[in-house]
Design a protein around this ligand. Structure first.
Ligand code: NAP
Length: 294
């Protein structure tokens, strides 16, 4: 296990389990399996509609609440000061916990940036009141970060962005580190380059020959190599799986090290092409998705 210390002193396990596209039916099992494997960090979101099952998995694990780092996200339809305070209540009721370890804005809404700022101001209040231990953002590009920080007080602890060897976002990583913000990789093993339903023209980073060669050299899998790359470069990573073997595989990354030239080879695979949604594009239909009450 590797821990990272956030910019407000809170300690977070760098590797966590993601649950995007984990159906409610299998999420509690995946979370309980991960926690029995050794994971101590779960990343969910109001928009994933499985916070309740994440809470169930946590309780089923028998671990004390204080032993698990819980991260969730506020969806855009809940942006605004009062609405975001209510979003905290919805999330904690579903998860069955009183306090969150990390609460982040799921993405900037450039067409509703005043509401985005008001939402972040609510996160600042939740943090000041001790209801969340750390606050942050997701999918914020350097200009969104700069604008947010101009208008708010607390520097985000985390910026969770698409980041895998085919899309390494050097400008975002640079801006994050200049401000003391931890970069957290979503799709850390490149899920968005291969999971079904996201366009057929994609090239899976899992099948990349360079990743494969490094994996063979270490007797590890491509996923393990990518996770090691994140950890050695100081990022947090939250690979998703609902399969017990792959959940275990993704946590078995603490017994080997990549050499500097291997890290450089992985960095060099960057195509500069985003696979997920462009954070600058307004997606009114998606933004307006209603998050039900607990
Ligand atoms: P990912 O973790 O990179 O990849 C997940 C995919 O890889 C799933 O299809 C999974 O299938 C498969 N997989 C898992 N372990 C594997 C292994 N060892 N070998 C081969 N295949 C493997 O992608 P992601 O789910 O997009 O990202 C991870 C987490 O980031 C999400 O779950 C979510 O928590 C977060 N996220 C955040 C945002 C955002 O906007 N903030 C966007 C996307 C994701 P199985 O389940 O069948 O193993």
């Amino acid at each position: 296990m590797i821990n990272v210390t956030l910019n407000n002193g809170v300690v977070m396990p760098a590797l966590g389990l993601g649950v995007f596209q984990s159906s409610p039916e299998v999420t509690a099992d995946a979370v309980a399996t991960a926690l029995s494997t050794g994971y101590r960090h779960i990343d969910t979101a109001a928009a994933y509609r499985n916070e309740r099952q994440v809470g169930e998995g946590l309780r089923r694990s028998g671990l004390d609440r204080s032993e698990v780092f819980l991260e969730t996200k506020v969806w855009v339809s809940d942006y605004g000061f009062e609405a975001t305070l209510r979003a905290f209540d919805k999330a904690t009721r579903k998860l069955g916990v009183e306090q969150l370890d990390l609460l982040i804005l799921h993405q900037p809404a450039p067409s509703r940036f005043d509401a985005t700022v008001a939402a972040y101001t609510a996160l600042e209040k939740l943090r000041a009141d001790g209801q969340v231990r750390a606050i942050g953002v997701s999918n914020f590009m350097p200009d969104h970060l700069a604008e947010l920080m101009k208008r708010t007080t607390v520097v985000p602890a985390v910026n969770q962005v698409e980041l895998h060897p085919y899309f390494t976002q050097p400008a975002v990583q640079k801006a994050d580190s200049e401000h003391g913000i931890l970069t957290q990789a979503w799709s850390p093993i490149g899920g968005i380059t291969f999971y079904p339903g996201w366009g057929e023209q994609r090239r899976s980073v899992m099948d990349d020959p360079a990743v494969g060669a490094i994996a063979r050299a270490h007797g590890k899998s491509p996923a393990q190599v990518m996770l090691r790359w994140h950890l050695q470069q100081g990022r947090s990573a939250i690979p998703k799986s609902t399969n017990p073997q792959r959940i275990a595989e993704n946590f078995d990354v603490f017994d080997f090290s990549l050499a500097d030239d291997e890290l450089v080879m992985l960095d060099a695979l960057d195509t500069g092409v985003r696979h997920g949604p462009d954070p600058d594009i307004n997606r009114a239909d998606v933004f307006d998705m209603v998050i039900p009450d607990a």
